[in-house]
Ligand binder design. Structure first.
Ligand SMILES: [Zn+2]
Length: 393
């Protein structure tokens, strides 16, 4: 048996697969076919076809099934000149993919034809490994990861809700996490506030959170605000963030956070916990109700004990905070249906999740007609559980 040269092998493989030209490839992508770039990272760094997934040739067989389950899905594979992609199609056919084609002339032909390409989002080798499970989800992919890394999220409180939310947002690669908290770690916090630890008792919560988050993911820039949120500083602080995550345990702060988010047009990912129950919603007054649409009047103080007075099951904020973190990630990437206009009520004892519809109040004092345009005339009590009032001038 005589040895086959590379040229002969390539010619034979090309005769056994289907090739398309750049115009056919463009039409395929336009009709929803998967585009896969099998070049190496140093090549894709020079530009890729918009919408293509980059899977280096050496990883194609091992990764393709995670990206594409449907063996009949149309797939257009390209490389630099159309050789590696020809072998790639041949190999996919052996894996049972029936509708894969190779782009003749590869990315070179695409570029020469003047068709659009984009500079790929660049990730370090460490990031490529760290976020690989995101890259495997077409709905997230490199674009979604880049959006996460570019996002700025503010956690109000590094406590029960802020802890699990902060941990998971950091793990997911949210690039900038602001934390506002003026408290220090107390041993009574450790039953639920998993950002902190026994050795940090007495340390500022912001500093403790920064240490934990950066130990988990050094990509994250943690911005600490060791202060109490007031109507004097809220607008300036919120202005630096895309999304606000409300993890407070008192009504005065909730109304202040809501009102500032309404004025700034920023989404407020709200969570609250009480004993064995939790609530989550996304208040985005430009697309749905705000917190005051739902609760125009705060409950009387005797019916609104704070966490420290009411007690809370230690695992409960884990569930609620991670639901909040999930909403934040969805908002950043732009996937799924956000909890705008809906409130999820979770009962840990019954294990029930109730999805309640909440409507915008046409007469809402904060997002309705004639609502204030500044916080100047709104009175927020300093007492943690006292009732804030909205006085309309
Ligand atoms: Zn409202």
């Amino acid at each position: 048996m005589s040895a086959t040269s590379y040229r002969e092998l390539l010619t034979r493989v090309k005769s056994e697969i289907r090739e398309v030209d750049v115009n056919q490839a463009q039409a395929l992508i336009g009709s929803g076919a998967y585009a896969i770039d099998v070049r190496e990272p140093d090549e894709t760094a020079q530009g890729i076809i918009p919408g293509a997934s980059a899977i280096p040739r050496g990883f194609l067989e091992s990764r393709i099934e995670e990206l594409i389950r449907d063996r009949e899905a149309p797939i257009m594979i390209y490389c630099a000149v159309g050789a590696r992609s020809a072998f790639a199609v041949k190999s996919l056919e052996e894996l049972g993919f029936t509708n894969a084609v190779s782009l003749a002339g590869g990315f070179g032909a695409w570029k020469t034809a003047g068709l659009p390409f984009e500079m790929p989002l660049s990730f370090s080798p460490e990031q490529t490994r760290r976020y690989s499970r995101h890259f495997l989800l077409p709905e997230v992919g490199m674009k979604g990861q880049r959006a996460l890394l570019d996002a700025r999220v503010l956690l109000i409180g590094a406590g029960g809700l802020g802890s699990p939310a902060g941990l998971y947002l950091a793990a997911a690669g949210v690039g900038t996490i602001g934390i506002i908290d003026d408290d220090v770690v107390d041993d009574s916090n450790l039953q639920r506030q998993v950002l902190h630890s026994t050795e940090r008792i007495g340390t500022s919560k912001v500093e403790s959170a920064r240490l934990t988050i950066n130990a988990l993911n050094p990509d994250v820039q943690v911005i600490g605000h060791e202060t109490r949120l007031t109507k004097e500083n809220v607008i300036e602080i919120f202005s630096n963030y895309d999304i606000i995550l409300d993890g407070t345990d008192n009504f005065a702060s909730r109304y202040l956070i809501n009102d500032a988010c309404v004025l700034l047009g920023k989404p407020n990912v709200h969570g609250s916990i009480f004993r064995f129950e939790g609530q989550v919603s996304v208040f985005d007054s430009s697309h749905g109700p705000c917190y005051r649409c739902l609760f125009p009047d705060p409950p009387p103080p005797e019916l609104a004990p704070s966490c420290s007075e009411a007690g809370v099951l230690g695992v409960l904020p884990g569930v609620v905070g991670i639901l909040q973190a999930t909403e934040v990630v969805k908002l950043i990437i732009g996937i799924g249906e956000p909890l705008v206009g809906r409130l999820v009520h979770y009962d840990a004892l019954d294990v029930t999740f109730r999805n309640l519809r909440v409507d915008k109040d046409p007469d809402c004092p904060m997002c309705g007609p004639g609502a204030p345009t500044t916080l100047d005339d709104i009175v927020y009590s300093d007492l943690s559980c006292a009732v804030p009032t909205l006085s309309r001038a």
